[in-house]
Design a protein around this ligand. Structure first.
Ligand code: C5P
Length: 398
């Protein structure tokens, strides 16, 4: 919980009185807490109590009637690691499910990029009402997590399910959530894609014809399977957006290496499909080089091998997949690379101009694993090839 930012939404139910205790627990465990209250909730708990315990101002209205200052709900939502709405009344639940945005708490919910967790509380018949159940299902399918109400004595005098979960258990739920989020992050997949451009002067570079399509298709497939992806991409015309994708755009091999070095330890699988330039100009001229003699030579330096770096700097659990594009003695060179770079898998791309390889829409691949078992595939679209690659390299992962 240490350092976690919790945006606490309080709606107007009797269980709001327990929130004082919840804030104390969260603060004690090291979390930062900022609270938003619906206007109705201040009938159940004083904003003064909430602001004093959270050590932050409490937000209720869209704007402060005394100073005229606007409360930025987008900023509050961006600040938060988690929005926890406790208690969540039937009214707030219904508005969240149907998109009604008539108070600051709801506006913050609709601005939230991170997780929202709700702890409903209401009388037993309300909790069982088909509308309430339907709204909860809608929220679940919207990605909201629900801490179910518990059974026991209710404010109405009745007994049954409807009590907000106890503050200790809500805090424990949050702890579990942050823990599982960390594990998930360590299950990310890192993918390199596209060419690298090695600058000669401010306007020229050494590059290659890699389109990046293969790497982007692999990233798309991983994302659709629910994985978190870090895509380190050289210059391409492609674009990809997804909530579970971190796209890092680089130009040179050196920049690609730095991005990989920064993120590799948080990933369990690296798929290195980039066509990294083997050499770069030893010196990058600061001014455009003028045309002069008939002959011109460039002094080149070997680039770092990113895949070899990742392979040499990994834990037992981390797996690496390399690619080979060869025009002759393909199998032999691919197997040599598998051993030399100490890879778990190598994907051999057959190069047939315009049909298979760099700029083509299709690829014909053969995969070798580290025991040199061979998996042959026919010529397919890069989208299907991406699925074939993942069917082999992800087969040991759940
Ligand atoms: O040695 P070669 O360039 O043929 O190896 C190809 C494989 O190594 C590809 O997976 C490519 O992404 C990776 N590679 C790399 N860094 C380099 C050169 C290649 O990651 N500098």
């Amino acid at each position: 919980m240490q350092g976690k930012r919790i945006l606490l939404g309080i709606s107007g139910g009797i269980a709001a009185y327990k929130i004082a205790y919840l804030i104390r627990i969260l603060k004690k465990q090291g979390a930062e807490v900022r609270a938003i209250m619906t206007p109705a909730s201040s009938d159940f708990i004083s904003p003064l109590v909430v602001s004093t315990l959270s050590e932050n101002p409490v937000h209720i209205e869209f704007w402060n009637k005394e100073t005229g200052a606007w409360t930025n709900h987008v900023e509050l939502a961006l600040w938060a690691d988690v929005l926890l709405i406790a208690p969540t009344t039937a009214n707030t639940l219904a508005k969240m499910a149907s998109g009604i945005c008539d108070n600051l708490l709801l506006a913050s919910y609709f601005s939230m990029k991170g997780k929202t967790i709700i702890a409903p509380a209401m009388d037993l018949d309300m909790y069982q009402h088909p509308t309430v159940k339907r709204n909860m299902e809608t929220l679940l399918s919207d990605g909201v997590s629900i801490i179910p109400a518990t059974e026991g004595a209710l404010a109405s005098g009745l007994e049954g399910q409807g009590r907000m979960e106890e503050p200790e258990n809500i805090a424990a739920y949050l702890n579990d959530f942050f823990l599982s989020e960390r594990t998930l992050q360590s299950k990310r997949i890192l993918i390199t894609a596209g060419p690298t451009y090695e600058a000669i002067d401010p306007v020229r570079f050494i590059g290659n014809h890699s389109s990046g399509k293969m790497g982007y298709e692999i990233a798309t497939s991983c994302l659709s399977m629910g994985h978190q992806v870090i895509l380190v991409s050289g210059p391409t015309h492609l674009s990809l957006t997804h909530p579970n994708l971190q796209l890092i755009q680089v130009r040179s091999a050196q920049e690609m290496l730095e991005a990989v070095q920064e993120h590799w330890k948080t990933c369990y699988l690296g798929i290195f499909s980039a066509a990294v330039a083997d050499y770069r100009p030893a010196q990058v001229e600061s001014q455009k080089i003028k045309k002069q003699a008939d002959e011109f030579s460039l002094n080149l330096l070997k680039n770092p091998d990113i895949l070899s770096w990742a392979s040499a700097n990994r834990s037992k659990e981390q797996k690496v997949v390399g690619f080979a594009l060869e025009t002759n003695n393909a199998k032999e060179f691919a197997l040599d690379k598998l051993v030399r770079k100490n890879l778990d898998f190598i994907v051999l791309n057959e190069y047939v101009k315009d049909v298979s390889g760099f700029q083509a829409e299709t690829n014909k691949i053969t995969i070798f694993d580290k025991d040199k078992t061979t998996f042959e595939f026919s010529l397919k679209s890069k989208k299907e090839v991406a699925k074939d690659i993942l069917s082999i390299v992800l087969k040991d992962y759940k």
